[in-house]
Write a protein that binds this ligand. Structure first.
Ligand SMILES: Cc1ncc(C[n+]2csc(CCOP(=O)(O)OP(=O)(O)O)c2C)c(N)n1
Length: 347
């Protein structure tokens, strides 16, 4: 197994030059703290019956915050049910993410100008969308790129092949970011593919593959920044495999104690992506307990405000539910809407 690219080791020491200055790292650390605060809050809300099924991302914060950080607002993010932090980091409001988990259709609508697709529940389907967006941007000559995040399990879907192949042939400005978190529900990574690494699959499509330490914010940032730069400058797609671990269950409906997931949690806890950055900042005189307490308070304020806003919204009427999906509702939806109103489906 080749060694993944690492810049910041577990003790918070640099193994190579940092791609970012200390102030930017402080800001990204704060984003990771906000993301984790949201993750804990959402899990608790699900337990209280205030959210439907929730997919935790604890342990994957460096992947999600670090990969989005090199993007410009004009770039696109197409991600999954587990990628709330990445979506938020590119402008998708927490309030929409909360709403989405209550089944409220308004959660799936990004505000105007926020180039983030709603989360894909269909494993792998959104990679195709990212390629379509990248193709459109290429045809328009805008210089915008698309970043798509997905799991190790998604690489076994036909969509992965189609997306990678098309992106390779058309030299599209897209970055494929695989968060290899060890599991696809109960399916371990070694049952997912016989390939030594997922990154190596890029070769079959003429797309460079990069293996990176997914719990290292700086390595994730550097690898993605290089891939984004390449894509923007006409060099085409890159496949990044970020090695990380899903610290919690697959979702709040999963019991990870029933398969081999839990044994590795302790080892991965020592590689916590936040702790690593915290140590680095402390070594460089940029972290102390007061500063931490301040950003944690701020994180709670942000998350609680989003929850309060989402829960204060009057629910959609049954009529509005039918309007939420398409600009022009389909004939079937119109029919269902008429039925819900108590009208006859057909005249
Ligand atoms: C097309 C499709 N098949 C199956 C499922 C059921 N399912 C939901 S999540 C999941 C595992 C996905 O694993 P991975 O891609 O590694 O992402 P992770 O959940 O680990 O982030 C499966 C099989 C689905 N949502 N969509």
């Amino acid at each position: 197994m080749p060694e993944p690219r690492t810049i910041l080791n577990e003790n918070g020491e640099l193994l190579a030059d940092s791609p970012l200055d200390l102030e930017t790292i402080q800001n990204l650390y704060e984003s990771m703290v906000i993301a984790r605060t949201y993750d804990h809050k959402a899990s608790a809300m699900q337990r209280q019956g205030r959210l439907a099924t929730y997919a935790q991302f604890e342990g994957q914060e460096a992947c999600q915050i670090g990969s989005v950080a090199p993007l410009e607002p004009r770039d696109w993010v197409a991600a999954t049910y587990r990628d709330a932090a990445a979506m938020w980091a590119h402008g998708y409001p927490w309030v929409n993410l909360v709403l989405g988990r209550t089944g409220d259709e308004r959660g799936g609508q990004a505000p105007e100008g926020v180039n983030v697709l709603p989360p894909s529940i269909t494993v792998g389907g959104h990679m195709i969308h990212a390629v379509g967006l990248a193709w459109a941007e290429q045809l328009k000559g805008t210089g915008a790129v698309a970043l798509t995040l997905f799991g190790d399990g998604a690489t076994s879907e036909g969509d992965f092949h189609e997306a990678m192949n098309f992106a390779g042939v058309y030299t599209l400005p897209v970055v494929f970011f695989c968060q290899n978190n060890g599991w696809a529900i109960s399916m371990p990574r070694d049952r997912q593919t016989a390939a030594e690494t997922i990154a190596s699959k890029g070769a079959g499509y003429g797309v460079p593959g990069v293996l990176v330490d997914g719990n290292d914010l700086l390595a994730v940032f550097a690898a993605t920044a290089e891939a984004v730069d390449r894509a923007r400058n006409g060099g085409g797609a890159t496949l990044i495999e970020a090695l990380t671990y899903r610290m919690g269950p697959h979702t709040t409906t999963d019991d990870p104690g029933r398969y081999g997931h839990t044994a590795a949690v302790g080892m991965w806890a020592e590689r916590d992506p936040l702790e690593r950055v915290r140590r680095y900042l402390e070594r460089n005189g940029r972290w102390d307990a007061d500063w931490e307490a301040g950003i944690e308070d701020h994180a709670h304020e942000i998350v609680e405000a989003a929850v309060a806003e989402a829960e204060a919204l009057p629910p959609l009427s049954s009529d509005e539910i039918f309007e939420a999906m398409f600009a022009e509702p389909t004939t079937q939806l119109r029919e269902q809407q008429r039925l819900a109103r108590g009208e006859r489906a057909h005249d």
